[in-house]
Design a protein around this ligand. Structure first.
Ligand code: F6R
Length: 240
């Protein structure tokens, strides 16, 4: 695992985006593992700009990390909607090359289908990851084993609270999600993780300086041979 601490948020995001852009330039049919969340909004902005500057995603296949149970693709807070809004609607990714777990079907069935799909696709070339304030990756919350499969998970109250900011007042934040497992995440050929802002400082220090184990699933990234973690100064504030 290599670690790159950038002086500010914009530069951390830009550096992570650049890694993805370089990969797609060299391998136009790459399989990209994609993430959602606040951290990634500006990152997709960079990818869209790269597309406007000539980069094609037409042959790329994308697999998203997760989706909320109970939200249909057209729900404004579904990760389907997020991806359309921030990325897919602005680039030339082909509809049939986009994979996201289905939130609207029976959850165990959605997890089973997604797990079979990931197996069929084979290893992801580059998996993009945010890091939860509690150290989660995907929706693999603290307590998750290193080899957990793609499955239905219950979100911790702190995660539900952290994600409530994206929902309208009165909207119920889903309590469950279908997530790619730590097993599949760690089987990617390369990983780019991005942590920005003070809210991630504790999680990043636990991930990089703490024991490798289920208390901080992001610590498993240190077991990966080709993982780069990008952070800004705020997220790096508690590193040793
Ligand atoms: C998103 C995901 C999550 C987020 C994490 C950080 O698909 O799987 O692990 O990456 O919760 O979210 P933000 O960027 O909103 O702080």
């Amino acid at each position: 695992t290599s670690f790159r601490l950038l002086p500010d948020t914009d530069r951390a995001i830009e550096a992570a985006a650049q890694t993805i852009i370089e990969l797609v330039k060299g391998r136009p049919d790459a399989i990209l593992g994609l993430a959602t969340g606040g951290t990634m909004e500006p990152l997709y902005g960079h990818l869209v700009t790269a597309h406007h500057d000539g980069l094609s995603f037409a042959r790329v296949r994308t697999v998203n990390l997760d989706e909320y149970v109970g939200l249909s693709p057209d729900h404004p807070n579904s990760y389907h909607s997020y991806m359309a809004q921030h990325f897919f609607d602005h680039v030339d990714v082909a509809e049939q090359n986009i994979y996201i777990p289905q939130g609207e079907i029976e959850p165990a069935q959605a997890a089973h289908k997604y797990s079979a799909l990931l197996e069929r696709l084979g290893p992801v070339d580059l998996q993009l990851l945010g890091i939860g304030a509690n150290g989660h990756i995907g929706f693999n919350e603290p307590g998750t084993a290193v080899d957990a499969p793609t499955r239905v998970v219950e979100l911790l109250p702190s995660t539900i609270k952290a994600n409530a900011r994206f929902f309208s007042a009165g909207d119920v934040v889903p309590s469950h999600a279908v997530t790619m497992g730590t097993a599949e995440i760690l089987s990617a050929r390369s990983i780019v993780a991005l942590a920005t802002g003070a809210a991630k400082a504790r999680a990043l220090a636990d991930a990089l300086d703490g024991t490798i184990g289920p208390d901080c699933p992001a610590s498993y990234l240190r077991l990966h041979a080709n993982c780069t973690i990008f952070a800004d100064k705020l997220a790096g504030a508690e590193l040793q």
